[in-house]
Design a protein around this ligand. Sequence first.
Ligand SMILES: [Zn+2]
Length: 156
Amino acid sequence: MTPIPIHVQSSLKQHLLQAQVLAARQSPPPQVTPSPDFHDLVDSSDGPWGCWPWIGGLSPQGYGMTCVRRAGFSVATGAHRVAYYLDTGYWGVGNRGPVIRHLCHNHACCNPRHLLVGSRASNVWDSQMRRLGVDLVAVRMLVEQPQRRNRARAAA
Ligand SMILES: [Zn+2]
């Protein structure tokens, strides 16, 4: 595997910190109830760091689509948004607010480890990293599991 440049690691760390700030601003989390079959429609068989594709209906852009109950209404929304909410409590503020990014570029993926809230600018950064061949899921694994990396280094 090609080494991941330090500046990419520190950029992603910044993005992860910004996501924590956004989630903290929504504490307590808004009340959003996923559909009862939500977990049945996420295929997590690829393991903790693999892609978890949505096996329900998809939007024309390939995003998983589901419904939630929010403030007494049933609302159609992206399945990845629900997956991110269940993991972080972050729900977002509609079309003009932050977006839930796919670090894996797989629109149907619902693995919270592959999802990160960010601005449209950070979405552009994701695309630049993709063009440079940087695997942002691997970068996240690296910056979130330094103890594992140190063990691997000690073993080498
Ligand atoms: Zn994924």
